[in-house]
Design a protein around this ligand. Sequence first.
Ligand code: PLP
Length: 434
Amino acid sequence: MDNVNEALIALRDKTMAKGYASATDRYIEKGLGALLYDVAGKEYIDFGAGIAVMNVGHSHPRVVAAIKDQAEKLTHSCFMVMPYAPAVHLAEKLCRLVPGSFEKSAVMINSGAEAVENAVKIARYFTKRQAIIAFENGFHGRTYLGMSLTSKVKPYKYGFGPFVPEIYRMPFAYCYRCPWNLSYPECGTSCADYLEDYFIHYVAAEATAAIIAEPVQGEGGFICPPPEYFPKLKKICEKHGILMIADEIQTGIGRTGTMFAMEHWGVEAEITTVAKSLAAGMPLSAVVGRKDIMDSIHAGGIGGTYGGNPVACRAALAVLEVFETENLLQKSKALGEHLRKRLDGFKERFEIVGDVRGLGPMLAMELVKNRKTKQPAADETKAVARFCLERGVLLLTCGSYGNVIRLLMPLVITDEHLEKGLAILEDALASLEI
Ligand SMILES: Cc1ncc(COP(=O)(O)O)c(C=O)c1O
């Protein structure tokens, strides 16, 4: 590490809160496509995309041009004071792209957690019910409501209670570690039917405003349910007048080979949250939902000073153009198929790879010390990430047991960088087996 990096580490130690921690100690100066460069000029192949934010790649020329152009015209007026065109154009696009054959409307805010907050506010207001059902291994952010909906205790919740009331949690379809110890498909996805039982034991259906779920759980370990799971949940919700909030913050904007992951499940949630890759790193999120539900809120009931900032909206419009002009959904699908083959190959070669799962290119490997006991291999997972970082590949881990390696590379990654990165990942796994 060079002097600039060391100096930044020392200054940060002195001046920045320790809880605001980073996964690595390398300070980054610039990014281009799927590459990052640190302050010492070292190059990294980015397999993390700033936690699923840079689907179109770093510093995409179209996005940079849109940001520059808008910054020269207007950076802020507050949409709630004097509105502007980019936010309206973006809303129109999002209403078209978010799954749902019904009329929709949208509200823009700043972060994923804020989108979740608003989605829950809207669901409670519309249904006049209070309870929200979330899932084990779910992640919905770090604000009080986001944290209350989030499952994993450490580091997200420990010491921060009390939490927001009227939040209930049921097990998710985590087939590799089935909470009921059943196997798919013999189980008949009874974990979805369990929602009816849940209303008997934990909270009444008629008191429940919404269930909130990630189509594929992200931070929880890229847990991908069987195809029947969401359609079954949705049917039960509809029977009881319960709304479904699809948290597509990590899965959205092409991450799973379709614009939104719910398209794989054929489910139209009444409310969808969008953030992360929406604006390629500019802080922007949105709640998009059935128009009658969204429009039920009184004027001024939702919004915020920076929500739908014009520069962020222009960046988002540019991101959506990139998807069209560069056929990114097609690329995402092809990337997913290729990655799946490579990861399945890793599973065949390395005992430590217990499970390969995900949707499209949103794929992960769960590492275990023993395939029979499935004892999580958290230290080894950290060692793989360290090994890769040393050799120039930035890799993220996740999972309730900290033993999942997730792949979130920008969808624009070149074949050359992809292969180079995967070869280093393979070496990392091989280094564990010796
Ligand atoms: C599914 C999901 N929901 C909500 C959030 C919170 O987003 P933010 O960190 O922008 O508040 C995240 C972030 O990782 C997420 O993956």
